[in-house]
Design a protein around this ligand. Structure first.
Ligand code: HEC
Ligand code: HEC
Length: 358
């Protein structure tokens, strides 16, 4: 109280109180005006973003796309909706429909028993697990691996030939169309660009050192073994031979041309999603742990992608952590697999003015 003598002196002296009363009245008017403007602006924003609206025709902001209903089983019965539901089934139970567990061998495209949803978690709707909400609108798109514009069908086949260690699905096939119908439906609330928050993976601070494989192994034992197993082969469900926990290496895993074989990509996926149940806002592992365990699993033996050398016709565009050559830089294959990556990134920035992030 005794700290504010000057304050009380002012209000006690002559015409100053009158002046301060006028100022106060003015302030009240200003704040009423400001409040009205704020209320108006909030209302406009709410309508713009579809909150409190009576119809669902309004554009949704990217963040809102994660709160839509993506349960295909809530869809009514119609020819289009049946195609969407089939697409989801293929996405979730890939081996049964287009993989090794399909009885009709002409329909087998995937070479392993992973599902699309093994990596694109929650049916492709989990932020920072390469969500596929809006992906159909994001294509056609320039692709460095082929150095040309690519379509959504070609992109799906990219995962078929590498992540699923399989062969191309014909673009006109029933299964390809169903997958795209499902992905298209996932994007129903996205802006025309198809761009959303949480696309791709969580960015990490890449440690300025090579992967420490010993540390990677201990992280694996502490955080991954319980589900993916000592031998990395995951765990099958007794009732239907489908994976409860998918394998991380070996003959039934993604092949050595897959995006997940890049240490930086795998570390980002792991940081935001593993151990299972982890979300981007509450990561369990540190960047260092994710980096080392990613290096550890990617040094294990996995199927070979034929003709990998033909990837990235413009070699300058090859991501720094692509584990296989040829390269147009002076760094060893080992450094491209295990880092340190900063010197390689610095090289491309200096020599080619390219800022590489993976
Ligand atoms: C082993 C993990 C894995 C599996 C299994 C997998 N993918 Fe992918 N997929 C990836 C990675 C990694 C990317 C690259 C994501 C990035 O860098 O943004 C990707 C990207 C994609 C993209 C482009 C995404 C975008 O935002 O541009 C599509 C479409 C896609 N996958 C579809 C599929 C389909 C369909 C299947 C099943 C047939 C499948 N994937 C299986 C790992 C996987
Ligand atoms: C609680 C069980 C559990 C733990 C612990 C766990 N995972 Fe997973 N992991 C899963 C499941 C389940 C999936 C597939 C997601 C799906 O089908 O929805 C998966 C998928 C993956 C994939 C992509 C699919 C594949 O098979 O390649 C990678 C890579 C992966 N986990 C790495 C790790 C690493 C590294 C750790 C340890 C840091 C870890 N996981 C810990 C359950 C687990």
């Amino acid at each position: 109280m005794g700290n504010y003598p000057k304050y009380s002196q002012v209000s006690n002296s002559g015409e100053v109180p009158e002046l301060s009363r006028q100022i106060r009245r003015l302030m009240v008017k200003i704040s009423i005006g400001v409040s009205l403007i704020l209320i108006l602006a909030t209302t406009l924003l709410m309508f713009r973003f579809g909150i409190g609206s009576v119809n669902n025709q309004l554009t949704l902001v990217p963040d809102d796309v994660y709160h839509m209903d993506y349960n295909v089983h809530n869809l009514s019965t119609s020819i289009k909706n049946e195609e969407i539901k089939l697409g989801f089934e293929i996405f979730r139970n890939t081996p049964l429909h287009v993989g090794p567990m399909q009885k009709d061998s002409t329909k087998i495209y995937a070479g392993n028993n992973l599902a699309c949803a093994s990596c694109h978690i929650d049916g492709g709707t989990k932020p920072f697990a390469a969500p596929l909400i809006g992906v159909v609108k994001r294509f056609p798109q320039f692709r460095g691996r082929e150095n040309k514009m690519g379509t959504i069908e070609e992109r799906i086949n990219g995962c078929m030939e590498r992540s699923m260690n399989g062969r191309m699905m014909p673009e006109a096939s029933h299964e390809m169309k169903a997958l795209i119908a499902y992905l298209d439906w996932l994007g129903r609330a996205t802006p025309p660009s198809g761009k959303i928050e949480g696309q791709g993976f969580l960015k990490i601070q890449i440690p300025e050192r090579a992967v420490d494989l010993k540390h990677g192994e201990s992280v694996y034992k502490e955080h991954c073994v319980i589900c993916h197993g000592q031998d990395g082969q995951g765990q099958l469900l007794a009732e239907n031979d489908q994976y409860l926990y998918p394998p991380l290496w070996g003959s039934d895993s993604y092949n050595n041309g897959a995006g997940m074989t890049r240490v930086i990509t795998a570390a980002q996926f792991i940081k935001g999603n593993m151990p299972f149940g982890t979300t981007y806002d509450k990561p369990v592992l540190t960047d260092e742990q994710a980096y080392d365990v990613a290096g550890y699993i990617n040094q294990k033996v996995r199927p070979t992608k034929p003709n990998r050398e033909a990837d990235f016709p413009d070699l300058v565009k090859k991501p720094v952590s692509t584990p296989y050559g040829p390269y147009v830089d002076p760094f060893s294959p080992e450094q491209h697999q295990l880092g340190p990556f900063q010197p390689i990134m610095d090289y491309y920035l200096k020599e080619h003015q390219l800022r590489k992030t993976k």
